[in-house]
Ligand binder design. Structure first.
Ligand code: GRF
Length: 206
């Protein structure tokens, strides 16, 4: 029997990428994975409402006002409690330490709204990524799904998709186009790909 990989989606905001994953699960295209937990680094975010709407458990592990160590210890505890196999960072704005990342080799995946190695790294998050692409005048941008390892931005790239930049674009318009044409398509594809690998590895061990 197929054992589906258990997925935790880590969020900090609106959660449109989480929504894309939940829909792909409901439509049957995330057939090797199951979202078992949505974990937010901030209380009250809309992503938690989306999780509840789809009947998925939500948890808040606050980053604010505590040490990195305490934050990560609680996060790790939640992930182990839900027996998570794969961590998906979908708009998760808290930095994870090299120590934490080392405990999850090839099991953390992130989506970034540019074609890495362009417009990524420190300070490049949210609208800032799209502002920088427009300031530079690039004609094509896109999204990248990559594994996260302990070297910043050093994780293996899994999928990328290009998106055209149009002359009248504002950062907001571009952000929306990158989400619609790339992020919401790529992330479910990459997650299914990883879950398939994980469930096959599990099957070959048992
Ligand atoms: C997305 O643009 C994603 O690429 C980036 O953060 C944003 C999250 O948006 N890492 P949402 O919360 O999924 O709507």
């Amino acid at each position: 029997m197929l054992t589906r990989a258990r997925i935790a989606v880590l969020v900090s905001g609106g959660g449109t990428n989480l929504e894309a994953l939940l829909r792909s699960q409901e439509q049957g295209s995330l057939s090797h994975g199951e979202i078992v937990l949505v974990c937010s680094s901030r209380p009250g975010v809309y992503a938690l409402t989306r999780a509840a709407n789809h009947g998925v458990p939500g948890a808040v592990v606050s980053r604010a006002g505590r040490s990195q160590e305490d934050f990560e210890a609680e996060l790790q505890e939640q992930l182990l409690r839900y027996q998570v196999d794969l961590i998906v960072l979908a708009g998760f704005l808290s930095i994870l330490s090299a120590d934490f990342v080392r405990r999850w080799p090839d099991r953390i995946v992130n989506i970034h709204p540019s074609l890495i190695p362009s417009f990524c790294g420190k300070g490049y998050y949210g609208l800032r990524v799209h502002e920088a692409a427009l300031e530079r005048g690039v004609k094509v941008t896109g999204a990248t799904v990559h594994l996260v390892n302990e070297i910043p931005d050093g994780g293996r790239i899994l999928l990328q998709k290009a998106v055209e930049i149009l002359p009248e674009d504002t950062p907001e318009i571009l952000q929306r186009r990158v989400m619609e044409q790339a992020e919401w398509i790529l992330l479910p594809q990459a997650v299914e790909m990883l879950c398939k690998q994980i469930s096959e590895e599990g099957a070959s061990r048992s």
